[in-house]
Structure formats: C-alpha cells, structure tokens
Design a protein around this ligand. Structure first.
Ligand code: SF4
Length: 456
C-alpha cells in the first residue's frame, strides 16, 4: 500500500507539486514519505519516516530544485519500516544513477536480487528494480524494458534517470497508475485524486505492460511487455484502498461503493431504524444501503481523525480505551436497531469492539453488513492484509464470524454483487484474497521481513 507520483515540468516548482500530489496520496501509506528531484545532471532525494507534513517543510522543499520530480508515500509490505527502506530509493550503478518509487510487491524478488548481482542498501523489494536499470548499459528505454521483462508480481513504478522521467506498470496491472497533463507537462500518479489536486487533467491509465518516458523530446509510450491474458487490477482498491474521489479505470470509486451498498441492501435486507457507516471507507456503501432501503442514514460513530497511527502507543492506563481512541458513538444510537456498514472484515477485532461499543451505548440490535465478500487469503501484490491464520473468515463460516463479533446478524456482499458494482469485467480484476485463485505463482516465503538480518 503505497502512493507514487511523478512530474516533468521545466520552469515549475516540481518538488512542491510532488508534495501536493503526495498529500492526496497520504491514505495509501503513512509510514514514510520522500521526494527525489532531478535536472539534466544531478539527482537529489529527501526522504524520512513520518507523514508528508512531518517530513517536508518550507525550508527543505525550497532546496529541492529540478525539472523532474518523483514522490512516494509508504506502507511497508516487504522490508521493515526503517529509514533505509524509505522511498524514493537511489541506486548508483555502472551505467547511471536511478531514483525509483514503487507501489506493489514483487513475487520473484529472490531471483531478481540474484540476477542484479548488486549490493543493495535496503531490504525492500524496490531497490532491486533501480539496481537492474542502473547497471544496464543500454539506453534507458531498453534498460527499463529489460527490467520489466524480469519482474513478476505487482509494480506500478515512477523513476528518474538520465534526466528523464519514466513510469511503468507490470503486465497484470495490479496497482493503478494514471497519466495526466498539467498544461503540456506530463504527470503520473497512483490515483487521479492527486492529478485533481495539482490541477492536472486526466489523460488515461498507464496500460499493463506499458512504459512511458518523458524528456525534452516529449512523452513516448511503448508497450514494453505484452499485457497478461487476464488483467488483475486489485478489487480491494475499489472497496477499501483508493480515495472515493479517484477514478479507477474510468470508474469513480465513490459511485462504485454506493452501488455496493445498494446491492448489499438487495441481497441482505433487514428491518432497522438507522444505517451507520464505519468511517471513512464504509461511508459510501452505507449511503447506498440507506438510499436503497429508505432507512435513515446517521453518522452514528464519530471518528477521531487526528489520532494518527504513529502516535497510538497508548500508556497502559489508556489501553482499555481501545477502540474509543478511534471512534465515539452518538447518543442517538440508544434504543435503536442499527445497520452498521463496513467495507471489509479481515481479523474481526475492530468490528467486535465496535459492536460491543454500540451495545454499551444502548443499541437494541446491531446488524453488520459488509460491502465485500469474506477475506480468506493473503495478498502477495502489495496489500498487507494479515496472514491466513489471522483472518477470521478463513476457517469459519458466516455464522461463526457473527458469533465471534457479537452482532445480531451478519451478511457479506456476494462476489458477483461486488464485481457488478465495479462495472469492470471479471477478466480485468484480481480478486485472489476473496477466492484464493492467484493470477501468478506465489512466493514460497511471503514473510514481510525475509531480507532482514536475523538478530539473536
Ligand atoms: S490479492 Fe486481494 S488485495 Fe491483493 S491484489 Fe488481489 S484483490 Fe488486491
């Protein structure tokens, strides 16, 4: 779960534009942030642990000058949350210096690390891409295309090298990547909401297997890899990860989530007094459920928005506050039959605490409705879901989950219902964590910290 952003705009403050772009992508990763800038000769990066606003200030931003910039917000999936793994990652190779920002997870990273033969300074799976390109003495387009040939798994990448901006997507297109224009200047981003924020027009999606290079001669796009027989844009982006104002493959995420809620109301209706979302990603589906049934929508649960994850290391005495650090119920839930709409249940612990909190606040009934099917398998392509052992639905049926979370009733949206709401065909989406049918070979050792040194 990361966000990437890239721009080539001579004469503009590209670092500041990347900074604004990263603000719109902060929801994709809150562990670290970074920006690399370049002109024809130099490449400079500034990166650190923390939120975009914690890493950058007026002083350090104004020191980042160039014609090209890339940026990254990170939530780690391979490699620990340590400074060495913060992106953009720079690699100085035989042929060139490369800066890279990567969203996704590679499934053949052991083989790539061996093929690169390079000494890597990080334990993430992204530097190996930079190393392969940096050590390939062919022209940049050929070096990047050769690296794309080698990788398996998920990679939506932006990079800088040889005074050029490049961007590409793996052959399955697991993670989104969209190309836009700020006047005539090219901009690429994980999500279209970042293009909106900097005032760029959406041009199109970068296609699976496509390589885009921007330099003084303009923007050139080539189909460097044949796209996979089946597309595999992550369906989790539609119901959970992407920002609601983003357009994924031309479909506005908010609208898709409202349709999920409406379909859920059709599939699993219930007599109730109020529909409540679990904010924020459950909100559009709750709106859809309320509209379809005529049951009034209520905010019901107020989210403490400014308790950042970084600071949630509660004192012993605060621990019992648990979920109240994040949510607080409104008095109007007392005595009511509630429908609580969430986007997904993975471990089930948060849902269980919310159900208990609503009963403690006096709710008469708590009917949980989930706008996606049960999550039953891990993700190898860049979403840190949990291991299968920790997934509440992996080893028990719907009634078992209902009992574990303590709800009056529980229903999930069907896979067909979810698929229909995205308005994308089955052949265009990855749904593997819901079906256990993976579109690629999966790694033998999917542990996140597999390249960390063993400490005794
Ligand atoms: S396995 Fe699930 S979370 Fe991972 S890419 Fe596929 S749909 Fe997305």
């Amino acid at each position: 779960m990361c966000g990437v952003f890239g721009i080539r705009a001579p004469g503009r403050d590209v670092a500041r534009l990347a900074y604004f772009g990263l603000h719109a992508l902060q929801h994709r990763g809150q562990e670290s942030a970074g920006i690399a800038v370049s002109d024809a000769a130099r490449l400079t990066a500034l990166r650190d642990l923390g939120l975009v606003t914690q890493v950058f200030d007026e002083r350090n931003l104004s020191g980042l000058r160039g014609q090209l910039a890339i940026g990254h917000t990170r939530y780690s999936t391979t490699g620990a949350n340590a400074w060495a793994n913060v992106q953009p990652l720079l690699h100085h190779g035989r042929a060139r210096t490369v800066a890279i920002a990567h969203n996704g997870n590679l499934v053949n990273v052991e083989r790539l690390r061996a093929a690169s033969g390079a000494r890597l300074g990080s334990t993430s799976d992204s530097e190996v891409l930079a190393a392969l390109i940096a050590n390939d003495e062919r022209p940049l387009a050929e070096a990047v295309a050769a690296t794309m040939e080698l990788l398996e798994g998920a990679a939506s990448v932006v990079g800088l090298a040889d005074g050029k901006l490049f961007a590409f997507r793996d052959a399955h297109g697991f993670r989104p990547l969209v190309l836009g224009r700020l006047d005539d200047d090219p901009v690429v981003s994980s999500e279209s909401c970042a293009l909106d924020l900097v005032g760029a027009e959406i041009e199109r999606e970068v296609k699976p297997g496509e390589l885009v290079i921007a330099d003084g001669d303009g923007v050139r796009a080539t189909q460097a890899l044949a796209p996979a027989a089946r597309g595999a844009l992550c369906i989790f982006e539609f119901f959970y990860l992407a920002r609601p104002d983003t357009r994924l493959a031309g479909v506005e995420v908010h609208g898709a989530r409202v349709r999920m809620g409406a379909r859920l109301a059709d599939e699993a209706p219930v007599d109730a007094d109020l529909v409540l979302p679990i904010p924020d990603s459950g909100t559009p589906a709750a709106i859809g459920f309320a509209r379809a049934t005529g049951i009034p929508f209520s905010e019901g649960l107020i989210k403490n928005r400014y308790v950042g994850r970084t600071f949630i290391q509660p004192e012993q005495g605060m621990r019992e506050q648990g979920i109240r650090m994040k949510f607080n119920p409104l008095a109007e839930v007392a005595g009511k039959r509630l429908v609580v709409v969430d986007d997904s249940i993975v471990r089930g612990s948060t849902t269980r605490q919310i159900v208990r909190m609503l009963f403690d606040a006096g709710a008469a009934e708590v009917h949980v409705r989930v706008s996606a099917p049960p999550v039953v398998g891990p993700c190898f392509y860049g979403i840190d879901l949990a291991s299968e052992d920790e997934m509440i639905a992996a080893h028990t049926d719907v009634e078992g989950v209902r009992e574990a979370i303590g709800a009056t009733s529980l229903a999930y949206l069907s896979l067909e219902g979810l698929q229909a709401a995205t308005r994308r065909p089955e052949s265009a989406l990855c749904r593997a964590c819901l079906t256990r049918e993976y579109p690629t070979d999966v790694p033998l050792d999917p542990r996140k910290h597999r390249f960390e040194p063993v400490r005794g």
